[in-house]
Design a protein around this ligand. Structure first.
Ligand SMILES: *[C@@H]1O[C@H](CO)[C@@H](O)[C@H](O)[C@H]1NC(C)=O
Length: 346
């Protein structure tokens, strides 16, 4: 029996544990997790020594591994749970109106769900093959960039204070939004490019992501810096989100802590990639709540502050950015295919 459990012959395991329940034999048919030495270098993470799923299994194995404890369980489950909370909260939210002022909020919710979904799918399914690894990784980047831009749009329109909208930087459409779009697109393209060309030896794209995040939340930073944030609940929600998002997750993102201090101890629970995704998922939930409140507060004055045409233009820019990120990722993906096929010929 223990040999079966080691997964030496999954088909036999499946047979010998025929139903009482349908799920149990399927789970037992999953091969156990392996160590970092058993997967190709592309799939290894520094200081994470175990809990890897074997590479090159059929897709349904990876889908099933949702129910297994492995090195990316939390990385997959946290965005999934956050997506469920975000959708439920959105369905319960009763403040939407059928005009252009609600559109950025709808875009925000849509892109939050898209990025959470892409992130969960990418971490769940990427060990399928090298090609899946790259493609899903690109998808994850596109999701991230779209989400960042939708944050910029929503924070700029709903959460900024009057001083921001009247300031030079904040003039809608003039500087802030194009800069945010450019930064989001560049971070997406740069991290796909770096991934294809140098593995992860270059860290330029990480700095670019940090810069993009800081720019995207600058309407909030401005508001927090100029207001007393204790008077109403929204600023403290934003503060929570800003502190957690920009400081903690940047910390985990960039320095492989805590696993670097005790390689192997955080393989299943608690390594930096998991903590990063848990924090990011929490941030999304908190930020959505803050945005809903800001939306209700700002909506009556929105068209007057920004002008209906500019609002529409801002919304169109979101669709533009989405297509541009998609095109960049597809272009790099086909380049990757060319490269792997020439490598195979050589
Ligand atoms: C977890 O294992 C998969 C392979 O199954 C690997 O691709 C991934 O990089 C690992 N994640 C971490 C954080 O080690």
């Amino acid at each position: 029996r223990s040999a079966f459990l080691q997964g030496e012959n999954p088909a036999l395991t499946l047979l010998s544990f025929a139903p009482p329940s349908l799920c149990a034999p399927l789970l037992l048919s999953l091969p156990p997790t392996v160590t970092h030495l058993d997967v190709p270098p592309l799939f290894r993470s520094r200081f994470v020594l175990g809990g890897y799923r074997q590479v090159g299994q059929p897709w349904q194995r990876y889908l099933l591994s949702l129910l297994q404890l492995h090195n990316d369980s939390l990385t997959v489950w946290s965005p999934l749970l956050a997506a469920a909370v975000v959708s439920l909260r959105f369905l319960m939210f009763a403040g939407l109106s059928a005009d252009v002022s609600s559109l950025p909020l709808v875009f925000y919710v849509f892109s939050a769900l898209a990025y959470l979904g892409c992130s969960a799918a990418a971490h769940l399914l990427q060990p399928h093959s090298e090609r899946a690894h790259y493609s899903l990784f690109f998808l994850n980047n596109v999701g991230g960039a779209i989400y960042l831009y939708s944050c910029a749009l929503a924070l700029h329109l709903y959460s900024s204070d009057a001083a921001w909208t009247q300031s030079f930087l904040g003039k809608v459409g003039a500087i802030f939004l194009p800069a945010a779009a450019l930064l989001s697109w560049t971070s997406c393209a740069a991290s796909c490019y770096v991934k294809v060309h140098s593995g992860w030896t270059c860290t330029f794209h990480r700095k670019l992501y940090s810069l993009t995040t800081i720019s995207v939340i600058s309407p909030i930073l401005h508001r927090l810096a100029t207001h007393s944030w204790t008077s109403s609940p929204t600023p403290s929600l934003h503060l929570l989100q800003v502190v957690a998002l920009s400081l903690l997750s940047a910390f985990f993102f960039s320095c492989s802590s805590p696993e670097r201090f005790s390689p192997g101890s955080f393989d299943f629970l608690g390594h930096s990639r998991q903590l990063f995704h848990v924090l990011l998922s929490l941030c999304t939930v908190v930020q959505q709540e803050a945005l809903f409140r800001d939306f209700l507060w700002r909506r009556p004055a929105l068209a007057r502050l920004f002008g209906a045409e500019r609002l529409l233009l801002a919304c169109t820019s979101f669709l533009w950015l989405t297509s541009c990120c998609g095109v960049a990722a597809l272009a790099l993906r086909s380049r990757l295919q060319n490269r792997t096929s020439t490598a195979a010929e050589a």
